[in-house]
Ligand binder design. Structure first.
Ligand SMILES: *[C@@H]1O[C@H](CO)[C@@H](O)[C@H](O)[C@H]1NC(C)=O
Ligand SMILES: *[C@@H]1O[C@H](CO)[C@@H](O)[C@H](O)[C@H]1NC(C)=O
Ligand SMILES: *[C@@H]1O[C@H](CO)[C@@H](O)[C@H](O)[C@H]1NC(C)=O
Ligand SMILES: *[C@@H]1O[C@H](CO)[C@@H](O)[C@H](O)[C@H]1NC(C)=O
Ligand SMILES: *[C@@H]1O[C@H](CO)[C@@H](O)[C@H](O)[C@H]1NC(C)=O
Ligand SMILES: *[C@@H]1O[C@H](CO)[C@@H](O)[C@H](O)[C@H]1NC(C)=O
Ligand SMILES: *[C@@H]1O[C@H](CO)[C@@H](O)[C@H](O)[C@H]1NC(C)=O
Ligand SMILES: *[C@@H]1O[C@H](CO)[C@@H](O)[C@H](O)[C@H]1NC(C)=O
Ligand SMILES: *[C@@H]1O[C@H](CO)[C@@H](O)[C@H](O)[C@H]1NC(C)=O
Ligand SMILES: *[C@@H]1O[C@H](CO)[C@@H](O)[C@H](O)[C@H]1NC(C)=O
Ligand SMILES: *[C@@H]1O[C@H](CO)[C@@H](O)[C@H](O)[C@H]1NC(C)=O
Ligand SMILES: *[C@@H]1O[C@H](CO)[C@@H](O)[C@H](O)[C@H]1NC(C)=O
Length: 494
């Protein structure tokens, strides 16, 4: 890193800064006085404001109302009071169901909170209800039963047509909900553990007849908060919001082994709208985050995009797959995704867009800002031949659009191939932009910025040098060089 003040061309700015500093120091007392005045008047204004409001303040809340976690609930239950036993062997499914039923009764009156105290609580899958907070105390573990005979079967997701791995029905999730609103799952870092090892082994030995279930799946629901907990060893995808709206996932840890834990994606927002994923640490056996919206003709028919998704301040590690993916199931469309302050380490890929002919839909208006790649095989990947289809009835003419993709502030070290954008004749990648990129290479190779069938631009200098297909602009947006393909086109027109 260069010292900013010694870089040539910045000297003037630095002198200016020094002058400002001198001014501030010599006028310290004056500035302090002004601040004190402003602060005091603000304080006085607040006080009188509070005075005026005094009469309309509501009475204090009833005694049992608590605020643990982000939401008030009028009633709090203790799982122990429903006959649950935390020895890690007793099945507590009925206790969970009784507790949820008790909260369901309170629905219209603000709902209730279920405290899961410290201890290991074995259970089969159970459903949540409206206006519910599931609160996992420090040291608490909800442990999913390994034996799949306890897991109910459910119809396939409409936008997938099939279970993802087998035709016909699929296993539901350990913790499940449909058509719910106002659900909070939080705590003091308690854990939901899916005991995935048994499932992964059976899957690899082909002993399962149905698609494995996620750890936590909410379908057709809204106003969801999932925070301050740990999710680990899911049989399949870990956290799967499906066709949901207004979902906040904050400050959670998701863990599964780096290898031998097939399809243990961390978070899969699927046909969801208004999603925030922030302050999380995710290290799993597949994609850490994968934004989806249905599969081929089933996804096209269902037609629900994933849109308005913000991912920020997230640390991810994916030894076998990618940090943040979009696709490959994206047939309902994916748009307006912002990924910022992402740190990817020890991963096969950093960020990836994957699709194929037959998917239809679009991936559009995606921006990545301030991504750090540390020891990653391929940094940025666009793959347009991800030919995994539910059946032979997909329409090969359903061509997805991939466009308006912006990379701003991509840095890192120890990366083999920083960029591999593999558009195709059928699926060209349009309007992709790069700005402020510097990625240290892990070994010297010629092809470190690979492109095919891509149109877009580079603004300012980037490292490594971009492929010829991209147009070059300076930082003020003035063109420096038109792309090779654009030149060729011009020639043809002459
Ligand atoms: C997470 O836990 C912290 C500390 O207990 C608390 O302040 C915060 O409100 C919680 N956040 C959410 C979103 O639940
Ligand atoms: C829940 O009930 C158990 C058993 O009565 C008790 O030991 C525990 O402290 C209670 N937990 C909370 C959070 O009230
Ligand atoms: C949860 O609810 C869904 C939808 O109503 C139902 O199909 C499923 O069987 C329920 N799961 C359990 C474990 O009760
Ligand atoms: C994150 O969660 C942990 C417990 O899981 C809590 O101690 C911490 O305060 C939380 N941080 C924030 C910013 O909510
Ligand atoms: C929560 O627990 C997980 C697993 O035990 C741990 O890795 C993580 O650091 C903890 N998070 C916080 C905020 O304490
Ligand atoms: C799978 O199906 C086969 C044949 O129908 C049956 O023998 C086996 O028990 C089933 N396995 C499971 C895990 O359901
Ligand atoms: C989103 O959900 C949160 C949590 O339930 C809620 O406080 C908020 O009002 C919701 N936002 C909108 C726009 O409905
Ligand atoms: C980023 O997330 C981590 C948890 O993964 C948290 O400890 C940290 O405070 C967050 N930073 C900001 C700026 O929110
Ligand atoms: C895009 O998503 C962000 C949330 O990440 C939202 O604030 C913004 O309004 C959305 N833009 C459009 C055009 O919908
Ligand atoms: C993408 O962004 C463009 C320009 O900002 C806007 O006109 C268009 O509606 C957006 N498309 C989607 C699907 O969000
Ligand atoms: C190209 O993408 C940028 C974002 O990177 C967007 O602002 C612009 O509107 C797009 N151009 C067109 C023609 O869609
Ligand atoms: C794109 O993918 C095709 C098929 O996998 C491969 O043959 C080609 O070399 C790739 N191109 C680039 C630029 O990576």
């Amino acid at each position: 890193m260069l010292d900013k003040c010694s870089a040539s061309g910045k000297i003037q700015a630095c002198q200016c800064r020094r002058w400002l500093l001198g001014f501030l120091l010599s006028h310290k007392t004056l500035i302090l006085m002004i601040w004190t005045l402003v602060f005091a008047s603000l304080f006085w204004w607040r006080m009188s404001y509070v005075d005026e409001l005094e009469f309309s303040v509501p009475p204090p809340p009833p005694l049992r109302q608590v605020r643990i976690g982000p939401k008030f609930r009028p009633v709090v239950f203790n799982l122990s009071d429903f006959g649950a036993v935390s020895d890690g062997r007793t099945m507590n499914t009925a206790a969970f169901e009784r507790a949820v039923a008790a909260i369901a009764e309170l629905g219209e009156r603000g709902g209730g909170q279920l405290d899961v105290p410290a201890g290991v609580w074995l259970t089969a899958p159970f459903n949540l209800t409206n206006h519910m907070t599931l609160f996992l105390a420090e040291g608490s573990v909800i442990l999913g039963v390994e034996d799949e005979r306890y897991w109910p079967l459910m119809p396939p997701l409409p936008s997938y047509g099939y279970g993802r791995e087998h035709k016909g029905p699929r296993y539901g999730s350990l913790i499940h909900g449909q058509n719910l609103k106002d659900v909070v799952i939080t705590g003091h870092n308690g854990t939901i553990n899916g005991q995935g090892q048994a499932w992964w082994t059976k899957f690899q030995k082909k002993l399962l007849n149905h698609t494995r279930g996620p750890l936590l799946q909410l379908m057709w629901s809204k106003d969801i908060i999932i925070s301050n907990i740990t999710l680990r060893d899911s049989p399949f995808w870990t956290l799967h919001p499906y066709d949901c709206k207004n979902v906040t996932i904050s400050n959670i840890t998701i863990l599964a082994p780096a290898s031998g834990a097939p399809n243990t994606d961390g978070i899969d927002p699927d046909s969801c709208e208004d999603v925030v994923i922030e302050n999380c640490y995710i290290h799993t056996g597949d994609d850490a985050i994968a934004i989806k919206s249905g599969w081929d003709q089933y996804g096209i028919a269902y037609g629900r995009p994933s849109t308005n998704i913000l991912i920020r301040n997230v640390t991810v590690r994916s030894v076998v797959s990618a940090g943040v993916s979009i696709g490959s199931e994206m047939s309902g469309g994916v748009s307006n995704v912002t990924v910022e302050n992402l740190y990817v380490w020890e991963s096969k890929r950093g960020v990836r867009i994957k699709t194929a002919p037959g998917r239809g839909g679009y991936i559009r208006n995606i921006s990545y800002r301030n991504v750090i790649l540390n020891h990653v095989n391929v940094g940025i990947v666009v793959k347009t031949d991800y030919n995994e289809h539910p059946d032979g009835f997909f329409n090969p003419k359903a061509i997805p659009a991939v466009e308006n993709i912006y990379f701003h502030g991509i840095h890192g070290q120890d990366v083999r191939v920083p960029v591999r954008i593999n558009g195709s004749q059928e699926i060209p990648v349009k309007n992709i932009s790069f700005r402020d990129m510097s990625v240290g290479l892990s070994y010297k190779k010629k092809s470190v910025f690979l492109c095919s069938f891509v149109q877009g631009r580079v603004i300012g200098k980037i490292f490594p040098a971009p492929c010829d297909n991209l147009e070059l602009y300076d930082l003020r947006g003035r063109p420096i060089k038109r792309s090779m393909s654009a030149k060729k086109k011009t020639k043809i027109h002459h």
